[in-house]
Design a protein around this ligand. Sequence first.
Ligand SMILES: Nc1ncnc2c1ncn2[C@@H]1O[C@H](COP(=O)(O)OP(=O)(O)OP(=O)(O)O)[C@@H](O)[C@H]1O
Ligand SMILES: [Mg+2]
Length: 497
Amino acid sequence: MNDKSFQNQLFQKETKILESAMEYVSKNNCSDAELLAKYQQLADSYRSLLKFTKKIFKINDAKGKEIKKSEGEIKKLLDNSNQGFLTFDKSLIVNTKYSAECMRIFNGKIGNCHIMELLSSDNSEQNELFKNCFEVIFRTDDIELRNWHINELPKKIKINDKYIKLEYKFINKIETFSEKDVLMLVLTDITEKVKAEELEQKIIQKTQMAEELAAANEKLIAQQEELTALNTNLEKSNKALEKANVELRQTQSKLVQSEKMASLGMLVSGIAHEINTPLGAIHCNIDLFKTIISRLKSINIMHEDQTVSDLMAKFETANNTNLIASERIMNIVKSLRNFARVDEAEYKDVDMHEGIDSTLLLLNNKIKNKVEIIREYGNITNVFCYPNQLNQVFMNLLVNAIQAIQDNGKILIKTYSKNDKAYVKIADNGIGIKPEHINKIFDPGFTTKGMSVGTGLGLSIVYNIIEKHQGRIWVESEVGKGTEFTIELPINKDSRS
Ligand SMILES: Nc1ncnc2c1ncn2[C@@H]1O[C@H](COP(=O)(O)OP(=O)(O)OP(=O)(O)O)[C@@H](O)[C@H]1O
Ligand SMILES: [Mg+2]
């Protein structure tokens, strides 16, 4: 039945009775007109009352519908909000009216359930708290005490793996004209939020860790940079130290060289000088003997004494041998002076072959019966140099070559000139130099001969002297086959700065 027809039917029966009574009264001509008039008046009042009542009913009905509609809308709203609403009284049994979200939160069982059954968990402390608070909340009339207990109730619990936020509202029966006091529970599923928060927390932690890691990394990089800087400094000081060391050795080698040169020169020239004086006397005597022999020979011709003749012949032979010997000694002395050349410590044009020969003469003792010397002298005159220093070069190279020859061997000395350069090659067929040593032989102090044999300064002295003469020296060697040193010196004085 629709609203309009329902309103039309309202009081229809009463209206009909009233109208038929009115008709009856007027048809039957009731004598008492006064009464009729009053009845008429009463009927009119009754009609207007009915009309008014109808109106009120109509209004009430509309309001009721409106309220019902709003109630429906509120329920709809509550059902659609993601919050659960439920109420329970002091029996702690949940009211059958609850919002749809409650169904989801509690997996279906709610209405007429005991609230403790719904809220209980493994957390016995929490269960106890719920129970005690509910008991006080419903028992007490003290609002403050009640509010205090409501406040004590858990705000967040876990139900069926869901995180639920709980809010409480006590609804007083007097204020709401209801039969019972109830406690309303507003439940909000905050699982997603909690998970998001957990995730956020994890992200924060990870970010923090990443930041810490980055900081540690930065620190490490800084430390590494510091270390690299330290290392660079160390390397620099190391290099400086190495340089200082090389310089020291070079200075030492130069010192040794000049010392060697000076002492050797002085020694040699001293010896030469000392030998020269008695040698002069011997030489004079040989000459004197020569004169005497020729005088004696002429005297003996007259006497013709065979014995004297024989003795004189022997004397003459001996004197001749003495002459040769003394000439040899004179040559050696000359070589010694030549080698030392202390009087020629200046830069001058010299015949290098002379220097080589006198060096060989001094080394004769080491050479004979062991080494065959092959001279291949070319045209290398007019080399400007410090002769005594070059002799030192030849001496060192030749001694090394002799030492490299173990039993018997050969030393080739070859000189030639090419494009304003003079070359001296000293090659031996000795033990040779190991490839791993070849770059070190000119270093001061490098020796393979043991400290008692070599100081390792010979070649470094050679190198320095050649460098001083603005020349070059290089070596080629093969283990077991031999070694060849080549010296290159500028011939033309003007080609040097
Ligand atoms: N002709 C050569 N044959 C083989 N090795 C050589 C020859 N010349 C030089 N060397 C090598 O080079 C090293 C350095 O020679 P250097 O003349 O500088 O020192 P040394 O001969 O060992 O000692 P010092 O000359 O001071 O007595 C030698 O120890 C040796 O190993
Ligand atoms: Mg040497």
